[in-house]
Design a protein around this ligand. Structure first.
Ligand SMILES: Nc1ncnc2c1ncn2[C@@H]1O[C@H](COP(=O)(O)O)[C@@H](OP(=O)(O)O)[C@H]1O
Ligand SMILES: [Mg+2]
Length: 370
């Protein structure tokens, strides 16, 4: 298994960061390249599970999450900052610091070092402590002041393990606002989501979305085709609209989203895919609406939305909570949202909001199941 993970990490690192001068206020456009071949993912998935020393299962997703976060942390350290930087990311090193994880940590350290050696971009070898502290650069609390990188090293873990959609999502917060976002979606067709089912062998897979505040949003291939400007669809009649939502029923209330769509007059069935690939697909007009209504008590994390939200807003869309409030990324690691997150174009937003509020009210008044 380790060979395949190494190949995947090499591909990730080799194609991850490109910095181009840009005329934006940031004077920087970060292009994230994720060249994770589907075949590699498939082979990794087939080799699946190893055992940790304490016999709890460790999945390939564990290796890829940690490997991705270490490599991004390293690249940010070497390329972007002169030393210290703040990163809010999903993984921390707590489990890997346990005695029982010694063997796993050794394995991850070897994988990362082999990856670095083979890639050759950085002449560096990390110790086990170096790996742990690279992971822990992601422990920042973020907040309203300063700059913070926001990383989801593998978003849509369930999709990744199913061989479906997943994304590597990186954003930059400046004084509490998202100013840059990049989404690498290796399993998303470059042209359109309509090619997802029944795609022919000629369809190019993999899409890299990027957006810089005030400069619009773009898509390009993972291999670096010329970036194309993208914009959300111009549909203004919900009858012609389709909507994206999580594949996992545990992540969003499919009954509520069904009721919203019905009230709005949407006729197409939901398009259910994992990860922030949904935001990318929405931003280029593959569908008209994004709905996400987690079950009661779930707190949204900023790394699940920061990159996707700026890609959509820079493509001309609107992303809000269920009351129509903008998402506020300045509150730390969590988002303080009312009930759910919705996104669409400017034309459809007023009627979408109305349907959302009606459906929520109706659900709250319905007798609870025994
Ligand atoms: N019970 C829950 N409700 C809502 N979201 C959840 C959830 N459990 C996990 N998630 C989040 O949903 C994300 C995936 O979203 P989607 O459903 O759009 O694919 C996960 O990201 P990770 O896969 O990075 O952990 C995770 O952060
Ligand atoms: Mg995530």
């Amino acid at each position: 298994m380790s060979t395949y993970i190494r190949v995947l990490l090499i591909a990730l690192l080799a194609s991850f960061f490109r910095f181009l001068m840009h005329s934006c206020s940031w004077n920087l456009l970060l292009l994230l390249r994720v060249f994770l071949l589907q075949t590699v993912q498939q082979e990794i998935l087939q080799s699946d599970i190893q055992s940790k020393a304490d016999k709890s299962p460790v999945t390939v997703a564990d290796y890829v999450h940690v490997g991705s976060q270490v490599l991004v942390s390293l690249a940010l350290n070497m390329e972007v900052t002169s030393g210290s930087f703040s990163m809010v990311a999903e993984e921390d090193s707590e489990d890997l610091r346990k005695d029982s994880a010694e063997e796993i940590l050794e394995h991850i350290t070897d994988l990362v070092n082999e990856t670095l050696a083979e890639d050759g971009s950085y002449n560096i070898t990390l110790s086990k402590e170096g790996i742990l502290s690279a992971i822990d650069t992601g422990k920042s609390e973020g907040g309203p002041s300063g700059r913070h990188w926001v990383l989801d090293p593998i978003d849509g873990t369930k999709g990744f393990l199913r061989g479906g959609q997943y994304a590597i999502a990186l954003a930059l917060l400046d004084e509490g606002k998202v100013v840059l976002g990049v989404l690498g979606c290796p399993n998303l067709p470059l042209a359109s989501i309509s090619n997802l089912n029944g795609s022919s062998s000629g369809d190019q897979m993999g899409a890299l979305f990027s957006a810089t505040v005030g400069c619009g949003a773009e898509v390009e291939s993972l291999e670096g085709s010329p970036p194309q400007k993208i914009s959300v669809c111009t549909i203004d009649n919900p009858v012609n609209a389709s909507f994206f939502e999580s594949y996992e029923g545990a992540h969003t209330m499919h009954d509520l989203t069904g009721s919203i769509a019905e009230k709005l007059g949407v006729q197409a069935p939901p398009v259910r895919i994992d990860s922030q690939a949904k935001y990318g697909a929405l931003a280029r007009g593959d569908g008209a609406i994004y709905l996400r209504f987690p079950h009661k008590g779930y707190k949204e994390k900023i790394w699940d939305h920061a990159a996707g939200a700026i890609v959509v807003t820079e493509a001309g869309g609107v992303v809000t909570d269920a009351s129509g409030n903008d998402l506020d990324f300045s509150k730390g690691r969590f988002l303080d949202v009312d009930t759910g997150i919705i996104a669409t174009n400017k034309q459809l937003m007023p009627s979408l909001l109305k349907s959302v509020q009606e459906a929520i009210k109706e659900k709250s008044q319905a007798p609870s199941p025994l």
